[in-house]
Design a protein around this ligand. Structure first.
Ligand SMILES: *Cc1c(COP(=O)(O)O)cnc(C)c1O
Length: 355
């Protein structure tokens, strides 16, 4: 039985998009491919307001996170930590031998502009890593405010944003906020199958990359740009993903980006109200995520609940890492609707006999 995925990625993929994935193959050096690549690139640029450059990578987001670090950090990176996914960027850098410092707050809280300001004021850093939506705790950080502060006070510090679990679910103004790298895999709010990622790269970041040695091969911005100007990629791209993304971005613009973002907020509002009334929410209210809600588990058997939900055609997520069994998470992203979420919470009420 097909289970509707209310998990923070991969998310439910509509049949129309699954069918687009099955479009017959073309050669990746053909003009048909270049046209497809150009269409997709332009649509992603429009989504992000990223005038200059968007790379299309056939990879999980994690690969692009590693690539961004290897391309952009010349001196030392400041990692901002408030949960497991923001920690991942720090861990990736360590394995690449990239010098790093951290600012850390408790899970459920957000790293604030003044904390970042104090760390950058040491002058040690040339790159700042931010996690826009911390998926392990359902916290949307104040990225526009941090970027505004950093752009004004530290013009030479590159700002790199992991927007994996909120891009296409909440507004991102790449050029307006002065970001340098912003990346996401398509299996979350884009509602495509996993395995493909998009990444906006500023001129500042591109110029920095030219000065950084050992950028690696696959994600090398300089090498990728040589091909991207011809709407190609150095290695064979996941052509099926481009077909699906082309289709899906048309659907997004047809829905209207404002409507799409409003739909995410509406789903979040319902899930929060429901979760708060039944269990209690985890995390600082001011920063609650529009794409995922993190709810306390007051002692029910999570795997039994998810098993029963499975029989009824749905799946949700347990708490992540240290929160396993103590909290649970409902993803409301991509193409899910308020009706889907209301159905889901109704099923949980019924199973746990909450109403
Ligand atoms: C899902 C997620 C990732 C990892 O994405 P992959 O595509 O699996 O590599 C990274 N960061 C955040 C915030 C995420 O939600």
């Amino acid at each position: 039985m097909r289970k509707k995925l209310f998990i923070p990625g991969p998310t439910e993929v509509r049949d129309e998009i699954l069918q687009a994935m099955a479009t017959p193959m073309i050669g990746h050096r053909s003009s048909a491919y270049a046209e497809l690549h150009q269409r997709v690139e332009e649509k992603v640029k429009k989504l992000l307001n990223a005038e200059r450059r968007v790379f299309l990578f056939t990879s999980a987001s994690t690969g692009v996170m590693e690539g961004a670090l290897r391309n952009c950090v010349g001196k030392k990176v400041l990692n901002t930590l408030n949960g497991e996914f923001s920690r991942r960027w720090y861990e990736i850098g360590k394995t690449c031998g990239i010098p790093a410092g951290t600012v850390e707050v408790e899970p459920g809280k957000a790293v604030t502009p003044d904390l970042v300001d104090a760390a950058l004021a040491t002058g040690e850093y040339d790159t700042l890593c931010l996690t826009y939506n911390e998926t392990s705790t359902g916290i949307l950080g104040p990225v526009p405010e941090i970027a505004k502060m950093a752009r004004a006070k530290y013009p030479d510090v590159l700002i790199m944003v992991d927007a994996v679990s909120c891009m296409a679910g909440t507004p991102i103004d790449f050029d307006g906020w002065g970001l340098d790298v912003c990346l996401a895999g398509v299996q979350k709010c884009f509602a495509l199958p996993p395995g493909f990622a998009v990444c906006a790269v500023s001129e500042r970041a591109f110029e920095r990359a030219k000065t950084v040695p050992n950028r690696g091969y696959y994600f090398d911005f300089i090498e990728n740009e040589k091909y991207a100007v011809k709407f190609n990629t150095p290695a064979t791209p996941g052509i099926s993903f481009l077909y699906a993304l082309d289709k899906q971005m048309d659907c997004m613009f047809a829905e209207g980006l404002e409507n799409r973002y409003a739909r995410h907020l509406e789903m979040a509002k319902h899930t929060r109200e429901w979760g708060k009334a039944r269990f209690g929410l985890f995390g600082e209210e001011k920063y609650l995520s529009p794409t995922i809600t993190h709810i306390l588990n007051n002692g029910f058997d999570f795997s039994a609940l998810n098993k029963e939900l499975g029989k009824r055609g749905a799946q949700i997520s347990d708490g992540y890492g240290p929160f396993k069994g103590k909290t649970f998470r409902i993803g409301h992203m991509g193409d899910l609707t308020l009706a889907d979420i209301k159905w889901l919470t109704g099923q949980i009420d019924d199973i746990l006999k909450l109403n």
